[in-house]
Ligand binder design. Structure first.
Ligand code: B1M
Length: 229
Protein backbone atom coordinates (compact mmCIF):
# COMPACT_ATOMS: atom_id res chain seq x y z
CA UNK A 1 0.00 0.00 0.00
CA UNK A 2 2.73 2.40 0.99
CA UNK A 3 4.54 4.34 -1.75
CA UNK A 4 7.61 6.54 -1.57
CA UNK A 5 6.13 9.93 -0.83
CA UNK A 6 9.22 12.10 -1.04
CA UNK A 7 8.59 13.63 -4.45
CA UNK A 8 4.82 13.99 -4.28
CA UNK A 9 3.32 17.46 -4.13
CA UNK A 10 -0.30 16.96 -3.15
CA UNK A 11 -1.47 20.17 -4.80
CA UNK A 12 -0.24 18.89 -8.19
CA UNK A 13 -2.49 15.82 -8.10
CA UNK A 14 -5.94 15.71 -9.66
CA UNK A 15 -8.86 14.83 -7.38
CA UNK A 16 -8.81 11.07 -7.99
CA UNK A 17 -5.03 10.88 -7.52
CA UNK A 18 -5.25 13.00 -4.40
CA UNK A 19 -7.91 10.77 -2.84
CA UNK A 20 -5.77 7.72 -3.62
CA UNK A 21 -2.70 9.43 -2.16
CA UNK A 22 -4.62 10.41 0.97
CA UNK A 23 -5.68 6.81 1.50
CA UNK A 24 -2.01 5.77 1.19
CA UNK A 25 -0.94 8.56 3.58
CA UNK A 26 -3.62 7.57 6.06
CA UNK A 27 -2.42 3.99 5.87
CA UNK A 28 1.11 5.25 6.58
CA UNK A 29 -0.09 7.41 9.48
CA UNK A 30 1.11 10.68 7.92
CA UNK A 31 -0.82 13.26 9.88
CA UNK A 32 0.33 16.49 8.12
CA UNK A 33 -0.23 14.98 4.65
CA UNK A 34 -3.73 13.72 5.48
CA UNK A 35 -4.57 17.10 6.99
CA UNK A 36 -3.22 18.90 3.92
CA UNK A 37 -5.10 16.58 1.55
CA UNK A 38 -8.32 17.22 3.45
CA UNK A 39 -7.75 20.96 3.21
CA UNK A 40 -7.01 20.71 -0.52
CA UNK A 41 -10.18 18.75 -1.32
CA UNK A 42 -12.24 21.25 0.66
CA UNK A 43 -10.60 24.15 -1.16
CA UNK A 44 -11.50 22.43 -4.47
CA UNK A 45 -15.14 22.57 -3.48
CA UNK A 46 -15.56 19.02 -2.18
CA UNK A 47 -18.42 18.44 0.21
CA UNK A 48 -17.14 17.62 3.72
CA UNK A 49 -19.14 14.37 3.78
CA UNK A 50 -17.51 13.23 0.54
CA UNK A 51 -14.03 13.98 1.85
CA UNK A 52 -14.86 12.03 4.99
CA UNK A 53 -16.26 8.98 3.23
CA UNK A 54 -14.18 8.74 0.04
CA UNK A 55 -10.78 9.63 1.47
CA UNK A 56 -10.76 9.02 5.23
CA UNK A 57 -13.29 6.26 5.98
CA UNK A 58 -12.31 4.36 2.84
CA UNK A 59 -8.61 4.69 3.76
CA UNK A 60 -9.36 3.35 7.22
CA UNK A 61 -11.02 0.32 5.64
CA UNK A 62 -7.69 -0.74 4.12
CA UNK A 63 -6.03 -0.26 7.50
CA UNK A 64 -8.69 -2.46 9.11
CA UNK A 65 -8.26 -5.22 6.52
CA UNK A 66 -4.49 -5.36 6.98
CA UNK A 67 -4.84 -5.16 10.77
CA UNK A 68 -7.15 -8.16 10.59
CA UNK A 69 -4.70 -10.03 8.37
CA UNK A 70 -1.74 -9.41 10.67
CA UNK A 71 0.04 -7.08 8.21
CA UNK A 72 -0.37 -4.01 10.45
CA UNK A 73 -0.05 -3.92 14.23
CA UNK A 74 -1.50 -1.73 16.98
CA UNK A 75 1.11 1.11 16.79
CA UNK A 76 0.61 1.51 13.04
CA UNK A 77 -3.16 1.41 13.38
CA UNK A 78 -3.01 4.04 16.12
CA UNK A 79 -0.88 6.22 13.90
CA UNK A 80 -3.42 5.81 11.07
CA UNK A 81 -6.22 6.64 13.51
CA UNK A 82 -4.36 9.82 14.49
CA UNK A 83 -3.93 10.75 10.84
CA UNK A 84 -7.67 10.29 10.38
CA UNK A 85 -8.30 12.55 13.36
CA UNK A 86 -6.06 15.19 11.72
CA UNK A 87 -8.43 15.29 8.76
CA UNK A 88 -11.51 15.08 10.96
CA UNK A 89 -10.40 18.15 12.93
CA UNK A 90 -10.84 20.18 9.75
CA UNK A 91 -14.15 18.55 8.84
CA UNK A 92 -15.72 18.70 12.29
CA UNK A 93 -16.67 22.42 12.31
CA UNK A 94 -18.02 22.19 8.76
CA UNK A 95 -20.13 19.13 9.45
CA UNK A 96 -21.30 20.57 12.74
CA UNK A 97 -22.35 23.86 11.11
CA UNK A 98 -24.04 22.23 8.15
CA UNK A 99 -27.52 22.09 9.62
CA UNK A 100 -29.64 23.67 12.34
CA UNK A 101 -27.86 25.63 15.01
CA UNK A 102 -30.83 25.42 17.36
CA UNK A 103 -30.73 22.38 19.66
CA UNK A 104 -32.81 19.55 18.19
CA UNK A 105 -32.40 17.35 21.23
CA UNK A 106 -29.86 15.96 23.65
CA UNK A 107 -27.90 12.73 23.40
CA UNK A 108 -25.56 11.03 25.84
CA UNK A 109 -23.11 8.85 23.93
CA UNK A 110 -20.18 6.62 24.87
CA UNK A 111 -18.10 3.66 23.78
CA UNK A 112 -18.93 0.82 26.15
CA UNK A 113 -16.82 -0.71 28.89
CA UNK A 114 -13.77 -2.66 27.72
CA UNK A 115 -13.66 -0.87 24.37
CA UNK A 116 -11.38 2.01 23.45
CA UNK A 117 -12.38 2.52 19.80
CA UNK A 118 -13.69 6.05 19.46
CA UNK A 119 -13.33 7.19 15.86
CA UNK A 120 -16.78 6.02 14.75
CA UNK A 121 -18.43 7.31 17.91
CA UNK A 122 -16.77 10.68 17.44
CA UNK A 123 -18.05 10.82 13.88
CA UNK A 124 -21.56 10.03 15.04
CA UNK A 125 -21.25 12.80 17.64
CA UNK A 126 -20.09 15.23 14.97
CA UNK A 127 -22.96 14.39 12.64
CA UNK A 128 -25.45 14.71 15.48
CA UNK A 129 -24.04 18.11 16.36
CA UNK A 130 -24.42 18.95 12.69
CA UNK A 131 -28.07 17.93 12.95
CA UNK A 132 -28.52 20.34 15.87
CA UNK A 133 -28.17 17.93 18.78
CA UNK A 134 -26.41 18.73 22.02
CA UNK A 135 -24.02 15.80 22.45
CA UNK A 136 -22.66 14.75 25.82
CA UNK A 137 -19.76 12.47 24.99
CA UNK A 138 -18.61 10.18 27.80
CA UNK A 139 -15.61 8.96 25.81
CA UNK A 140 -14.39 5.37 25.81
CA UNK A 141 -14.58 2.42 28.21
CA UNK A 142 -17.89 3.64 29.65
CA UNK A 143 -19.48 1.58 32.42
CA UNK A 144 -23.21 1.40 33.21
CA UNK A 145 -22.56 3.50 36.33
CA UNK A 146 -21.05 6.26 34.19
CA UNK A 147 -23.95 6.15 31.74
CA UNK A 148 -26.36 6.27 34.69
CA UNK A 149 -24.65 9.26 36.27
CA UNK A 150 -24.68 11.15 32.96
CA UNK A 151 -28.33 10.32 32.27
CA UNK A 152 -29.36 11.48 35.76
CA UNK A 153 -27.38 14.68 35.33
CA UNK A 154 -28.30 15.59 31.74
CA UNK A 155 -31.69 13.97 31.20
CA UNK A 156 -31.01 13.21 27.50
CA UNK A 157 -33.61 12.52 24.80
CA UNK A 158 -31.55 9.61 23.47
CA UNK A 159 -28.89 7.29 24.84
CA UNK A 160 -26.21 6.21 22.35
CA UNK A 161 -23.70 3.39 22.69
CA UNK A 162 -20.87 2.33 20.42
CA UNK A 163 -18.87 -0.93 20.38
CA UNK A 164 -16.28 -2.20 17.90
CA UNK A 165 -15.44 -5.53 19.46
CA UNK A 166 -17.50 -8.69 19.45
CA UNK A 167 -16.40 -9.10 23.06
CA UNK A 168 -17.74 -5.71 24.18
CA UNK A 169 -21.00 -5.51 22.24
CA UNK A 170 -22.91 -7.71 24.74
CA UNK A 171 -22.25 -5.05 27.39
CA UNK A 172 -24.68 -2.80 25.53
CA UNK A 173 -27.37 -5.31 26.47
CA UNK A 174 -26.28 -5.11 30.11
CA UNK A 175 -26.61 -1.33 30.10
CA UNK A 176 -30.07 -1.49 28.50
CA UNK A 177 -31.19 -4.12 31.02
CA UNK A 178 -29.99 -2.02 33.97
CA UNK A 179 -31.82 1.10 32.71
CA UNK A 180 -34.90 -0.99 32.01
CA UNK A 181 -34.87 -2.37 35.59
CA UNK A 182 -34.89 1.19 36.88
CA UNK A 183 -37.76 2.16 34.57
CA UNK A 184 -35.58 4.77 32.89
CA UNK A 185 -36.17 3.87 29.24
CA UNK A 186 -39.76 5.06 28.97
CA UNK A 187 -38.75 8.43 27.52
CA UNK A 188 -35.19 7.65 26.50
CA UNK A 189 -34.80 5.53 23.37
CA UNK A 190 -31.48 3.79 22.85
CA UNK A 191 -29.45 3.82 19.65
CA UNK A 192 -26.51 1.46 19.19
CA UNK A 193 -23.84 1.20 16.52
CA UNK A 194 -20.38 -0.06 15.63
CA UNK A 195 -18.88 -2.20 12.88
CA UNK A 196 -19.72 -5.67 14.29
CA UNK A 197 -23.37 -4.82 15.06
CA UNK A 198 -26.45 -5.33 12.94
CA UNK A 199 -30.19 -4.86 13.26
CA UNK A 200 -30.66 -8.41 14.51
CA UNK A 201 -28.29 -7.81 17.42
CA UNK A 202 -29.91 -4.46 18.21
CA UNK A 203 -33.30 -6.18 18.33
CA UNK A 204 -31.93 -8.97 20.54
CA UNK A 205 -30.67 -6.52 23.18
CA UNK A 206 -33.85 -4.43 22.91
CA UNK A 207 -32.19 -1.31 21.56
CA UNK A 208 -34.67 0.99 19.83
CA UNK A 209 -32.52 1.53 16.77
CA UNK A 210 -29.32 0.40 15.10
CA UNK A 211 -27.25 3.05 13.30
CA UNK A 212 -25.25 1.71 10.39
CA UNK A 213 -23.17 4.84 9.84
CA UNK A 214 -22.84 8.37 11.13
CA UNK A 215 -24.98 10.11 8.51
CA UNK A 216 -27.86 7.66 8.86
CA UNK A 217 -27.57 7.78 12.64
CA UNK A 218 -28.16 11.52 12.67
CA UNK A 219 -31.33 10.98 10.65
CA UNK A 220 -32.42 8.14 12.94
CA UNK A 221 -31.80 10.29 16.01
CA UNK A 222 -34.20 12.90 14.69
CA UNK A 223 -36.88 10.28 14.13
CA UNK A 224 -36.32 8.93 17.64
CA UNK A 225 -37.22 12.18 19.36
CA UNK A 226 -40.47 11.80 21.12
CA UNK A 227 -40.39 7.98 21.10
CA UNK A 228 -41.99 6.45 24.17
CA UNK A 229 -41.75 2.84 25.26
CO1 B1M B 1 -9.16 -2.30 16.75
N1 B1M B 1 -10.21 -3.82 16.11
N2 B1M B 1 -8.52 -3.36 18.27
N3 B1M B 1 -8.09 -0.75 17.17
N4 B1M B 1 -9.69 -1.59 15.09
C1 B1M B 1 -11.10 -3.59 14.99
C2 B1M B 1 -12.48 -3.19 15.46
C3 B1M B 1 -11.08 -5.03 14.27
C4 B1M B 1 -12.35 -5.32 13.45
C5 B1M B 1 -9.79 -5.14 13.42
C6 B1M B 1 -9.70 -6.42 12.66
O1 B1M B 1 -9.40 -7.44 13.25
N5 B1M B 1 -9.99 -6.37 11.37
C7 B1M B 1 -10.89 -5.98 15.51
C8 B1M B 1 -12.15 -6.47 16.18
C9 B1M B 1 -12.44 -7.93 15.89
C10 B1M B 1 -13.63 -8.42 16.63
O2 B1M B 1 -14.03 -7.97 17.64
N6 B1M B 1 -14.21 -9.45 16.05
C11 B1M B 1 -10.05 -5.11 16.44
C12 B1M B 1 -9.26 -5.60 17.49
C13 B1M B 1 -9.15 -7.10 17.61
C14 B1M B 1 -8.57 -4.75 18.40
C15 B1M B 1 -7.71 -5.14 19.59
C16 B1M B 1 -8.26 -6.29 20.46
C17 B1M B 1 -6.30 -5.47 19.04
C18 B1M B 1 -5.31 -5.94 20.06
O3 B1M B 1 -4.99 -5.24 20.98
N7 B1M B 1 -4.89 -7.15 19.84
C19 B1M B 1 -7.63 -3.82 20.38
C20 B1M B 1 -8.79 -3.68 21.39
C21 B1M B 1 -8.64 -2.49 22.28
C22 B1M B 1 -9.92 -2.26 23.09
O4 B1M B 1 -10.83 -1.63 22.61
N8 B1M B 1 -9.96 -2.81 24.30
C23 B1M B 1 -7.78 -2.83 19.29
C24 B1M B 1 -7.19 -1.57 19.30
C25 B1M B 1 -7.29 -0.65 18.29
C26 B1M B 1 -6.52 0.67 18.27
C27 B1M B 1 -6.38 1.30 19.65
C28 B1M B 1 -5.16 0.38 17.70
C29 B1M B 1 -7.35 1.50 17.23
C30 B1M B 1 -8.47 2.38 17.88
C31 B1M B 1 -8.09 3.84 17.90
C32 B1M B 1 -9.28 4.71 18.24
O5 B1M B 1 -10.44 4.40 17.99
N9 B1M B 1 -8.96 5.83 18.82
C33 B1M B 1 -8.06 0.40 16.45
C34 B1M B 1 -8.66 0.60 15.18
C35 B1M B 1 -8.45 1.96 14.54
C36 B1M B 1 -9.41 -0.41 14.53
C37 B1M B 1 -9.97 -0.42 13.09
C38 B1M B 1 -8.78 -0.65 12.16
C39 B1M B 1 -10.71 0.79 12.62
C40 B1M B 1 -11.91 1.20 13.49
C41 B1M B 1 -12.39 2.53 12.99
O6 B1M B 1 -12.04 3.55 13.56
N10 B1M B 1 -13.12 2.52 11.86
C42 B1M B 1 -10.97 -1.66 13.16
C43 B1M B 1 -11.15 -2.38 11.85
C44 B1M B 1 -12.41 -1.92 11.11
O7 B1M B 1 -13.41 -1.59 11.71
N11 B1M B 1 -12.35 -1.95 9.82
C45 B1M B 1 -10.50 -2.39 14.35
C46 B1M B 1 -13.58 3.74 11.19
C47 B1M B 1 -14.89 4.20 11.82
C48 B1M B 1 -15.34 5.44 11.05
O8 B1M B 1 -15.85 3.18 11.64
O9 B1M B 1 -15.93 2.63 14.10
O10 B1M B 1 -17.25 1.25 12.42
P1 B1M B 1 -16.71 2.55 12.86
O11 B1M B 1 -17.92 3.57 13.02
C49 B1M B 1 -18.93 3.77 12.05
C50 B1M B 1 -20.14 2.84 12.19
O12 B1M B 1 -19.83 1.60 12.79
C51 B1M B 1 -21.14 3.67 12.95
O13 B1M B 1 -20.89 4.98 12.48
C52 B1M B 1 -19.49 5.15 12.34
C53 B1M B 1 -19.21 6.19 11.29
O14 B1M B 1 -19.81 5.90 10.05
N12 B1M B 1 -21.14 3.71 14.40
C54 B1M B 1 -22.28 4.09 15.08
C55 B1M B 1 -20.16 3.53 15.31
N13 B1M B 1 -20.62 3.76 16.55
C56 B1M B 1 -21.91 4.11 16.44
C57 B1M B 1 -22.86 4.48 17.41
C58 B1M B 1 -24.14 4.80 16.97
C59 B1M B 1 -24.48 4.75 15.62
C60 B1M B 1 -23.55 4.41 14.66
O15 B1M B 1 -25.13 5.15 17.79
C61 B1M B 1 -24.84 5.49 19.11
Amino acid sequence: MSADNDEIILADLDDAELVQQMQDDLYDGMIPEVTEGTQLLLSRGWDANMVLNDALVEGMRFVGDDFRDGILFVPEVLQAANAMKGGMNLLRPILAASEDTQSTGKMVIGTVKGDIHDIGKNLVGMMLEGAGFEVIDLGINTSFEEFLEAVEKHNPDILGMSALLTTTMPYMGVVIEEFEKRGMLKNMPVMVGGAPLNQEFADAIKADRYGRDAAISAEIAKTLLGVNR
